[in-house]
Design a protein around this ligand. Structure first.
Ligand code: CAA
Length: 383
């Protein structure tokens, strides 16, 4: 009988090998051509990596959160565009369905998601509702046993490539607005009539992931495709983001780790003034700080994951992990470019991609400023 540690080692090793052979060699080309590698995601799905956090009773791997973060770190180090495409699926729609789905919804959606047959995403933001997510305006109106959705979502990962999206819309009425309590979550198959993904965004980084707006045009859904209770969609989105933000923590660590690995190799090989640049103390100090921050970011994310696995509330710690890891990724990749000098600024060298990919970790799933708000609110909350 394998122990939990054996399972962790095997799963992480499988992810590492897959990333080394089937992701990393192609990541630069996918980035250049903005190619979304659905075939590779399907392969990961067949190996169980679209059901990492899904309990075994729903055909998932039932991994603990620490193992999940270790897998995401491996995939992010190879290509964080691919990591976010599967990270969102594993964290947000999966968490929402596990926690709030009915038995029928779990049979119909969660199990095929865990088997890797359906790729899922999540749509909360709108053009006028980014950080202030509760101000979203897309609307669902009840029509007998159906809901009819209209509106427009923005910047949703997988919007044009998913089979299924969890979409947050208002279910309160214009003359009785209820703020965050007027939002509900719907399970929306992307082949529904009235679901129209916009042209994929032309992004600075993560160019191989699909990010797009969604038009909702009289999209008619049976009432049993509402998730959980009416008016609870904002809370479900925040719960999903607690899981998602931990994943972004691991993504930041993976990006930063790769930048350090490349920098160490380059600094050993690159000679200036008659010696390898790793022999200069200015370079050594940079490398030392990069490595120290990465270790700290990983430890913070894994500590938060351990709290989650122990059943504790992790809102505060998920925000800390995301904040620190994303700022670490940006700082470390900036140092890496500096170490590579002129070469670092060129597209031919991979640190340039890592720098571009790092930036969004400080923005999506809540900006660094929003994470600081969440942390400060938790610290100053008086019971
Ligand atoms: N878990 C459970 N419930 C939560 C919660 C959490 N983590 N956070 C808040 N809630 C609950 C609150 O308890 C409150 O309920 P009660 O009134 O019953 O107590 C309700 O939700 C409203 O909470 P707030 O009053 O705190 O709401 P707010 O309007 O002040 O917003 C916020 C708080 C933290 C700023 C929130 O709006 C936020 O996180 N904003 C950033 C949004 C974000 O991360 N967007 C990213 C979208 S995904 C993406 O990036 C695209 C992609 O595909 C990658």
């Amino acid at each position: 009988m394998p122990t939990a540690t054996d399972v962790r080692e095997q799963v992480v090793e499988l992810a590492r090998e897959f990333a080394r052979e089937k992701i990393e060699p192609f990541a630069a080309e996918w980035d250049r051509t903005s190619h979304f590698p659905r075939d590779v995601i399907d392969e990961l799905g067949k190996l169980g990596f679209l059901g990492m956090c899904t309990p075994e009773e729903y055909e998932g791997m039932g991994l603990d959160t620490i193992t999940y973060l270790m897998v995401l770190e491996e995939i992010s180090a190879a290509d964080s565009a691919l990591a976010v495409s599967i990270g969102i699926h594993n964290a947000i729609p999966t968490t929402m369905l596990v926690k709030h789905g009915t038995r029928e919804q779990k049979e119909r959606w969660l199990k095929p998601m865990a088997r890797g047959e359906l790729l899922a995403g999540f749509a909360l933001s709108e053009a006028e509702a980014g950080s202030d997510a509760a101000s979203l305006r897309s609307q669902a109106i009840k029509d007998g046993k159906h809901w009819v959705l209209n509106g427009a979502k923005a910047w949703a990962t997988n919007a044009g490539t998913a089979d299924l999206m969890m979409i947050m819309v208002r279910t309160d009425t214009p003359n009785a607005r209820r703020g965050a309590k007027g939002i509900s979550t719907f399970i929306v198959p992307t082949d529904s009539k009235g679901y129209k993904p916009a042209k994929p965004e032309d992004k600075m980084g993560l160019r191989a992931s699909n990010t797009a707006g969604i038009e909702l045009n009289d999209l008619r859904l049976p009432a049993d495709q509402m998730l959980g209770d009416e008016g609870m969609g904002f809370v479900y989105a925040m719960e999903g983001l607690d899981a998602g933000r931990l994943g972004i923590g691991a993504q930041g660590v993976g990006i930063a780790r790769k930048a350090l690995e490349l920098s160490l190799k380059y600094c050993a090989e690159r000679k200036q003034f008659g010696k390898a640049i790793e022999d200069f103390q200015a370079v050594q100090f940079k490398l030392a700080d990069m490595a120290t921050r990465i270790e700290a970011a990983r430890a913070l994310a894994q500590r938060a994951a351990a709290r989650k696995d122990a059943g504790e509330d992790v809102t505060l710690y998920a925000s800390m992990a995301k904040l620190f890891a994303s700022e670490t990724a940006m700082w470390v990749t900036t140092q890496a470019i500096q170490l590579f000098g002129g070469y670092g600024y060129m597209r031919d060298f991979p640190v340039e991609k890592l720098f571009r990919d790092a930036k969004v970790t400080e923005i999506y799933e809540g900006t660094s400023e929003i994470q600081r708000i969440v942390i400060a609110r938790a610290l100053t909350r008086h019971s």
